[in-house]
Write a protein that binds this ligand. Sequence first.
Ligand SMILES: O=P(O)(O)OP(=O)(O)OP(=O)(O)OC[C@H]1O[C@@H](n2cnc3c(O)ncnc32)[C@H](O)[C@@H]1O
Ligand SMILES: [Mg+2]
Length: 172
Amino acid sequence: MLVAIGTKNKAKISAVETVVKQLLNEQIEFQYIAVESGVSAQPMSDAETREGAINRALNTHTASKADFSFGLEGGVKDVGGVMYVCNWGTLVLKDGTIITAAGAQIPLPNVIATAVNSGLELGPVMDEYTQQNDIRQHSGAIGIFTKDLIDRKEMFEHVIKLLIGQYFFQKG
Ligand SMILES: O=P(O)(O)OP(=O)(O)OP(=O)(O)OC[C@H]1O[C@@H](n2cnc3c(O)ncnc32)[C@H](O)[C@@H]1O
Ligand SMILES: [Mg+2]
């Protein structure tokens, strides 16, 4: 089967590959496509982040006609005046069926929230904060602020499991 992923981000790619290989007992070809999310570079709500994940999966589906097309999107959201990191995933099946799910969320420190609210993207803000490159492709914000107990790959693995689990349920 063909599995397409709408990103070139290493954390997202390895999350999809790990879970798909674990759950689907067949020969799998993976395809990675950089697609548009159709939302802002830094989504600021659950609704916008979810929409970005759906758009990515649909654009991946259109480009690949794969059996499974995945779209994963990271964003932030405000809950009671506190900024949380949020992540959404979408699986589009070959027949166009859309399945969605969201991942674990943690609050971001005020210094990070202030920088993001000033219009910066979380990715570069995290690089500046940690003095490392490309945190978004490795630990992610969720890894940095949990001492890597849950990194960005593992967080996305849960999202992929929630997507494939719903597919199994629908299939019966
Ligand atoms: O290449 P793509 O697939 O776009 O991957 P990305 O890392 O840019 O991830 P998103 O576009 O889904 O996330 C939107 C923005 O939020 C940032 N972001 C989201 N979650 C993050 C995390 O856990 N750690 C660091 N940055 C994160 C990301 O770098 C972007 O600036
Ligand atoms: Mg991005």
